[in-house]
Design a protein around this ligand. Sequence first.
Ligand SMILES: *[C@@H]1O[C@H](CO)[C@@H](O)[C@H](O)[C@H]1NC(C)=O
Ligand SMILES: *[C@@H]1O[C@H](CO)[C@@H](O)[C@H](O)[C@H]1NC(C)=O
Ligand SMILES: *[C@@H]1O[C@H](CO)[C@@H](O)[C@H](O)[C@H]1NC(C)=O
Ligand SMILES: *[C@@H]1O[C@H](CO)[C@@H](O)[C@H](O)[C@H]1NC(C)=O
Length: 827
Amino acid sequence: MVFSQPSSPVLKARRQRRRLYSRVLCVLLGVISAIWFIRIVCFEQTAQSSGTRGSSLYDAGGHSSASQRDAHQSLPLPLSNVTSHAHDSGPLSYHSHQASLNSPALTAIVPITPRSLLDLEATLSTLLQSPSPLAEVILLTPRQHHSSTRHVVQSILSKDDSVDVEMSLRIWPPSVEEGHAVLRAARDAMTDWVLILDEDGITNLSGTSLDHLLLREIPRIATSIGVRGIEYYLDGVICVSSSGSSAAFFVPPMVIPTAFIPEASNLAAVLDTNVWSTLGQYLSTAGSNVSGGLGAGPHENPLQQDWCSRYLPKGSDGTPLPVYGPISRKAIHSDDAAMTTAETVRQLDGVVTGTFLFVARGQDLRYLLPLACGLISTGYSASVLVQDVPGGLHRAPCEVPVSSLPSPPGADIGGSFYPSLLASGVLKNVDVIVSTLASKALIKELSFAVLVHIPPEDLPYIDWMNAIGFEEWKHWHTPEIQLSVITNNRPDSLRRLLDSLTSARYFGDRLNLRINIEQTADSETLRMVDEYSWAHGDVILHHRVTHGGLLTAVVESWYPHGNDSYALILEDDVELSPLFYAYLKLSLLRYRYGKLEDRSAQLFGISLYQQKNLELRPEGRHLFNARSLFEDAGLPQPTSPYLSQIACSWGALYFPEHWREFHAYLIARLSETVWPLRQTVVPDVRSNRWTRSWKKYFIELVYLRGYVMLYPNYADYASLSTNHLEVGSHVKDVPTEVYLRKKKLFNLPLMALPPVDDTTSLPPTGLLELPDGQLPPWKDLPVLDLLGEIATQETITKRGGDRRAELTGCDEPALQAHDVQDLLCTQ
Ligand SMILES: *[C@@H]1O[C@H](CO)[C@@H](O)[C@H](O)[C@H]1NC(C)=O
Ligand SMILES: *[C@@H]1O[C@H](CO)[C@@H](O)[C@H](O)[C@H]1NC(C)=O
Ligand SMILES: *[C@@H]1O[C@H](CO)[C@@H](O)[C@H](O)[C@H]1NC(C)=O
Ligand SMILES: *[C@@H]1O[C@H](CO)[C@@H](O)[C@H](O)[C@H]1NC(C)=O
């Protein structure tokens, strides 16, 4: 904050000043009464004439008539804290001579330039017209215009000797910029309100505007009231001149409570920046609930906006922000003063399919604006509310309305701004709010919208959100993902996995972490699990007391609750990319919650691991490269993610219906109610040789059903998880050399976080290195069978159905989804 609050230091200075006045007054009174006794008659006349009728002209801007004004009673401001400040001043408060008892006193500050000098006589005559609470006019005059100014004033006074407004001349030092000079003079005003003019004076203002500016209309709230305002819009501004609207800030002519003007010492601090925008910013945090002030008077002709170019705030590169508009903004009254960004959008593009609102701090915009623009280019509407100084405003790569959010940083933004937005009904049209500011009030009030809260530290990694469709955004909070870790006695492996979980990005989502610990777990593993702190949800520990083995450990590590619960099953020799969750969320939203045609009941899970080897071919292991396979086969999109029947156990998300079905299948299979354990279900695959492997049975189910899993297909095997193939259940008693060779075959490079610097807006994570930067439609995903051969969904389903018929003797195809009795024909 550049300016101080108007409260204590200001008041203190005023009280000191008043104390001084009161002492001076006491001395004066003493002297006067002494003299009065001696020369009663003679001096009475003089005192009267100079006290109530005289208009004097001073050179140095002193307030030598203070004692006079002190004798009058203070009048409160219409509202608020400023009122009580004025009351504090007690009997020695200042006030003008003629002000009506119902209106506050006013000082006008008139800067003199060659241009304003031309109209000065007209300006002053208009200002001095009664009725008006105008008590004083301060003419801020460069030395070279002193005599001309004095001349004009004398001419006015000579024409009308009924003028009882005090006029003073104050030197405007050549080095001081107009805004600062004016505010400095305003700060010293002895009245509760000041009217600030610029070199245009009051030319071209309507009578109604003047009534507001001269406080003939008593303001309802203590804030700056002006007829010309500037509102931020896109990467620039709109010049606003209509009644009842708010603006980010107002420019002269404007009337403002004196106490709201920052102290002179603070003014100096903003000498090189945008005086009026800083003042607006200051006002919006200083007691008023209307951003930057309130517009008054009738709608001005937008073509008469040559004032606007003079007051354009400068962007961070020092050039004035571009001007948009004039956009017609309907006159609104202060109850819904915050003009609706959403409405502006609706006016701009006809068809609206979904409305997004981004709520952020200024420094977050470089990450959020590209996202907002992506949505807009897809046909949605998006607007941005930014909490702090527009100096942090980044150039938007597209037309996106940006409005400022008046609230002190760090405060809960629900307090002052949202009530007025809510009252105006604007937010009712918003479908999705993406916010970097946590606000309890906001969440409570906006329960009808989807509120996605992204922690600021995750913002540089949100480029993938560009590929989320509207339906998918609406389901942001629907899936519940549990992380299910399976561990035994490999503390070093476990530590690496937990570290990768800690450094991954979760974009504000909550995920519970379940750790399944084998009976044979060592003490270091137990200690590590005990000490691990998980910031994104609950930790559930499960410790076995009888040995279960890997099959039991994996299969029992999770059981779904409802059809939106998912588990990422993680054996402890897996390590994750920091972007694993982004990938999961993106693909889960698309293929489970996206458009109807992109969802399929055949999809049983999402693998984070890329396939680099095919293990199920009867002749042995084969190297595998999806991209070259697709290229050789002449597929149109060799970089597309693909579907495969192979279940992955090195970092994969499993879906509830299929996992439930797997439990039922396993129960039937292990209890040998249908077939003997040694029965071959899938012909000619190596997994038939695996014993006590959960995957062997999962593969059987997948084969019979024609299910598929989604696999990533990024360049150079860049993967969201990898396996370190450590000695454990899978890898036992192999010679070191063989083991190391094997390890190399399975270890994949993890997709890393992109570097973040100050220049790029939104660094690419690499997750969108997809055909057209999107996850492809379901029907375009290549399908591979268990042997890694290109197939189609129909072929694999038919293959499974045929095998089922062969094994069960059932002619009827299985019709009940996920019903194992139906599948095994045991009903
Ligand atoms: C006066 O200021 C105090 C503290 O800044 C605030 O709590 C109170 O609401 C204000 N009163 C009005 C009427 O604005
Ligand atoms: C007043 O309006 C006229 C056009 O109506 C314009 O030419 C002139 O520049 C305006 N004056 C000021 C000070 O804005
Ligand atoms: C904002 O100001 C108006 C007008 O003074 C007042 O009626 C309203 O209660 C205020 N709203 C808030 C949230 O302070
Ligand atoms: C979940 O899906 C299964 C299979 O489609 C269905 O039978 C079950 O009713 C669903 N459960 C819930 C809670 O919707």
